[in-house]
Every structure is written in C-alpha cells, then in structure tokens.
Design a protein around this ligand. Structure first.
Ligand SMILES: [Zn+2]
Length: 186
C-alpha cells in the first residue's frame, strides 16, 4: 500500500506516544489559526459547512488516527472534514466545496482527486474505520478543552435535511433545508 506522504509513519511513533490529549488539542487549535483554514471558517457565515459538531468530529478523527504534530496539516484537516461530511451530512455541493478548498484549481484534475481519495482512505485505515461519534464524545471534548470555536452554531436555515441543493441561502450561498417553512412555523 502506498505510504501517505502527508501523514507520519512509525518513525515518529515515539513522538506520538509522547503526545497527550492536551498536546493534541493545542495542535488542533493552532491548525485552526492557519490563514487558509481561518479564512474558510470565516467564509462559512452560517456554519453550514463547519458547525461545532462537524469541527469536533475532525478533531476526534485526528485523535483516532493517532496523528503526530506534523500530521496537523491543512490538507489533513480538509480530508477529515470531507469524511465527517460523508458520514453525517451527505450534501454533494458542500463536499465539493471542501474538496475545492483543499485542492484548489486541481479539483477537476483526475490525478489530484485520486490522490485525495487515497488519502481519505488512508485516514480511514488509520482510524480502523471507526467513523461514528456521538454527542457524548463531542460534549466531552467541549468541556475538557473550552475554546471559542465551539460556539459555531449552525443557522436554522441549514439545520435539517437538504433535498434541493439549488435552494441557496442569501447570507452564505450554501444550500438551505427543504422544509424551511415548516421549521419556521414550529
Ligand atoms: Zn446560510
């Protein structure tokens, strides 16, 4: 199997063993401050792409993959984010936005997409395909590592099942839920 150049191998297993949860959290919050990611978070006005539950999912995936310091990269962030969306969201246009953000102009290049898919699969393997997390996992991280990013609450217009991806939010331009009128009446 191809060794993923973007993720560390057993050579740094000693470093990985030395990382405690606090170290991982520090690496994660530092990663969120990188301009490429910070700008993406800022662009996502309604938290349609990255609300606190999706964001903490990325962190949980990083933990499960036993990432080392050098694995806390922007590319791995988008790969884990894409995976969270595959498991919990399944809105194609949002997944495409994540891939586009990660790959840039390469997003329509077959080889780039293939490498992205391989890296995604590699992450899955490192996590032993353990992709499910629930609210109790999220709340544990929220309480143990308080941070302003956990205030990312998704706007109601994006909260629910999105059937028609052409119905767009005027604030963020991402798709809105299809039963919006029903939600507003509640
Ligand atoms: Zn919106």
């Amino acid at each position: 199997m191809r060794q993923n150049p973007n993720m560390s191998n057993s050579n740094n297993s000693f470093i990985k063993r030395c990382m405690n949860l606090q170290d991982h959290a520090t690496c994660f919050f530092k990663l969120l401050c990188k301009p490429h990611i910070k700008e993406f978070l800022h662009m996502d006005k309604c938290c349609a792409l990255i609300d606190k539950y999706i964001l903490v999912g990325v962190f949980i995936y990083f933990l499960r993959a036993e990432f080392g310091v050098e694995d806390y990269s922007t590319r791995n962030f988008y790969i884990a984010l894409y995976l969270c969306h595959e498991i919990y969201e399944e809105v194609n246009s949002l997944k495409f936005q994540i891939a586009k953000r990660c790959l840039g102009n390469c997003v329509r290049n077959r080889d780039c997409v293939k490498r992205f898919d391989e890296d995604r699969f590699y992450l899955l393997q490192r996590m032993n395909f353990h992709v499910i997390y629930d609210k109790s996992h999220c709340n544990l991280i929220f309480s143990r590592f308080p941070h302003v990013v956990w205030y990312r609450i998704r706007s109601d217009v994006h909260h629910g099942v999105i059937v028609d991806e052409d119905k767009i939010c005027s604030a963020c331009k991402w798709p809105v839920v299809s039963n919006l009128k029903l939600n507003k009446l509640k």
